[in-house]
Structure formats: structure tokens, C-alpha cells
Design a protein around this ligand. Structure first.
Ligand code: MN
Length: 386
């Protein structure tokens, strides 16, 4: 197992690369979409939040795809800093919104995605994480939900406000879109769109030597803002795998999102998918509760026994990259850094222990020694809304 750090666009510089190396990372996973551009609802020292139904920001230039030469330049910068560039996380809605929405520019945008995959292959970047989601992240609330009153994000109920035209996956791709809302589609229609997309791009991805890795829907409610979700229960990930046996059809395995799901057992889920060798990389995160009422926690303080998860991955010889997903904001002048350093330290120690043959005693969820977290469902609502 390899330790990595996920970096947002504004973090792609030597200061953050040094931070990653110092924390023991060997790899980085980068976001090239600038979620924070004109995003008033988004503090840039945190994960993009956007609140319950506000967009993260404005999408990029539809006419400017990521080129092989700029990707090669980026890879070299990362390598000079002593790291490896493992993956790019997320496509820009500007380049593929009509694939998600089955709009008039779909054919052009399939060519966009193919061109990006070819450019990545030429640049030696082997994995593209993506979300196949119309609503994207929604329903976020922020508050002092984590241990010691650390600010973290969560959800306190379903969100059904419709999505305005010109917006998809939390971002505005057309600021001049006519008034009105996106038409509501069925779950089956969304699956049809995913299948068609994969059939059209997987052959190119294979040729380019690039793996596509699907993130589940975060948060995993059956619908979000009236639109269907694709992977909102653990078993639905299998449907994605079963669409194609291509080695480029992989998963961006988000433990926090999977733990928020209402069905299944997370440890069995990790066993099921890691045994199939379909995990491209892993988002490492802990939570308390289940959708639609949950919050993110410190890595050692949620419902999930993360050591037991790592032991399963280790047993199944997962040799890919794991990155912290989100962390609560720690009370200091560098809340993002402190939260990440805390999570990375936990992960590094656990990996070292497993490599040396330590095996954690299996613990029932919620029975972790020293855990202080409390499910929001069991909390006094008055306390929770303080
Ligand atoms: Mn995630």
C-alpha cells in the first residue's frame, strides 16, 4: 500500500509537495478543475463544500482541454519534488457536461474525453478518477461535529431543491443558461448514460494505458436535488464493474462514502471489491451515522475501524495508493494541513505495523477502544444544532 496526498488545483506548488514528502507520502493525486473559482460558498482552506445546494464555482474553459505538454510539465514538477503523480481526480464539467446530461454537445464531448485520456497516456499519468453524477455533492452542513469541536461537514436530511439549468455536478458550466431547471431523469436512464459513456471511451483508455476510476455518489442518497444517484449502496459498485471487464474500468474506492450507505457491511464490501483487484485508488475517511444524517470524523474516531479495513486491504494485497479524503478542520492557523497530517500519520503507522506482521484484533463497528465519536442519530438534536 502506498501513501499519497490529494491536492486541489491551488495547492499544486512546491510548498504542498514538500508538505506531502514530509508527511511520508510517495504519491500525489491532483485536481485540475478549479472548484474554488468564483465560488463564494467555498472557503479555499477546506474541502469544497458549497453548502446544501450552492454551486462550488464556475467550470473551466470548454475550448481548452488539458494538453499532453502541460501534463508532462506537471508530472515533472511533482517528480522533481520527490513524488509520483498517480492520478488526476475529476473531469471539468466544461468538457463533459453533455455526457452527463445527454445534451447536444455529447458527441463532441466524447471526443474531448478521449483526447484527455490520450494526453494523459502520453504524459505517463495512468489513472483518471471521475464522478458520474448530475447533482454531485449536495446537502453539506458544516459545524463543530468532530472530536473536540473540530469543524467538519455532514448532512442533516435530504435535499430536494431542483438544479438550475447551466449547472451540473456542483459547478456552473453555462452562466447564460435560460431560466429553469434540469429535467428529472430516472435511475435507469442514468445507468444507460454511464454504460454508453464507458463503451465509447474504455477502448481509448485501454489504448492510452489509462484507468478510469469511478467515485461513488457522495453523499449516497437515492436521489439528490431530485436527480437519481448511480452508486448509493455498496452492491451498486458491482454493476459498474460488470458493465465491462476492461482493465481500464476501475473504482475510486471512497471508504467514507461507502460507510455512509444504509445497506451492507463495510468490511464485507472492502473484501468483495479488493479481492476482485478493481480498486484503482482509495479515499481514506471515517464518518459517524448514515445518510441522510451523518458527519465526517477524525480518522480514529468514527463508526469505522480503519485498522480492520487496512488489514483486509493488506490481506488482499492491495498495492495501490491511498489518500486521506477529507479531514475535520483542526483548531490552529493551518486547519487543512493539521487535519491531513493527523490522518497521514495514522495511515503511515498502520501500514508500517501491517507490513511488520501486526494484525489488529477485529472489533465490531462502534466498539473501538478510545473512541469518543457519537452517531448524530443518537445525539440530542439540541446539542447537535449548537
Ligand atoms: Mn471521496
Amino acid at each position: 500500500m502506498k501513501l499519497g496526498l490529494g491536492l486541489y488545483r491551488h495547492m499544486l506548488n512546491n510548498e504542498y509537495y514538500s508538505f506531502a514528502v514530509q508527511a511520508g507520502c510517495t504519491h500525489v493525486i491532483v485536481h485540475l478543475v478549479d472548484y474554488f473559482k468564483q465560488g463564494q460558498a467555498n472557503p479555499d482552506r477546506n474541502q469544497p463544500t458549497g453548502g446544501k445546494d450552492k454551486p462550488w464555482g464556475v467550470a473551466g474553459d470548454p475550448h481548452k482541454l488539458w494538453t499532453a505538454s502541460e501534463l508532462i510539465e506537471l508530472r515533472k514538477q511533482v517528480e522533481v519534488a520527490g513524488l509520483k503523480l498517480e492520478a488526476i481526480e475529476n473531469l471539468d464539467p466544461a468538457h463533459w457536461h453533455d455526457i452527463l446530461l445527454d445534451g447536444p454537445k455529447r458527441a463532441l464531448q466524447i471526443r474531448n474525453v478521449r483526447a484527455i485520456l490520450m494526453a494523459m497516456g502520453e504524459a505517463g499519468i495512468g489513472t483518471l478518477g471521475y464522478n458520474f453524477s448530475i447533482a454531485g455533492v449536495g446537502g453539506r452542513i458544516s459545524g463543530p461535529f468532530a472530536r473536540g469541536g473540530a469543524e467538519s461537514v455532514g448532512m442533516d436530511g435530504p435535499v430536494d431543491t431542483p438544479i438550475p439549468n447551466g449547472t451540473v455536478w456542483n459547478m456552473i458550466y453555462d452562466q447564460n443558461a435560460p431560466a429553469g431547471f434540469l429535467p428529472v431523469i430516472s435511475h435507469q436512464e442514468l445507468w444507460n448514460r454511464l454504460r454508453r459513456f464507458l463503451e465509447e471511451v474504455l477502448p481509448v483508455a485501454e489504448k492510452a494505458g489509462v484507468r478510469l476510476a469511478l467515485h461513488p455518489d457522495d453523499p449516497p442518497t437515492p436521489t439528490m436535488r431530485q436527480q437519481p444517484r448511480l452508486v448509493y449502496q455498496p452492491a451498486m459498485y458491482q454493476r459498474v464493474i460488470d458493465i465491462s471487464p476492461s482493465p481500464s474500468n476501475m473504482l475510486e474506492f471512497c471508504l467514507g462514502t461507502l460507510a455512509e450507505m444504509t445497506e451492507g457491511n463495510l468490511y464485507d464490501t472492502v473484501e468483495q471489491y479488493s479481492a476482485q483487484k478493481r480498486l484503482a485508488y482509495i479515499h481514506f475517511r471515517n464518518i459517524s451515522g448514515k445518510v441522510p444524517i451523518y458527519h465526517e470524523t477524525f480518522i480514529d474516531d468514527g463508526d469505522v475501524d480503519m485498522l480492520r479495513i487496512l488489514a483486509i486491504l493488506h490481506k488482499n494485497k492491495f498495492d495501490g495508493v491511498m489518500i486521506p479524503d477529507h479531514s475535520p478542520q483542526m483548531t490552529c492557523s493551518a486547519p487543512w494541513h493539521a487535519g491531513m497530517a493527523h490522518t497521514l500519520g495514522f495511515m503511515r503507522a498502520a501500514i508500517m505495523a501491517l507490513d511488520r506482521g501486526f494484525s489488529p484484533k477485529t472489533a465490531a463497528p462502534g466498539a473501538i477502544a478510545g473512541r469518543t465519536g457519537q452517531s448524530m442519530q443518537n445525539r440530542n438534536p439540541a446539542l447537535y444544532h449548537r
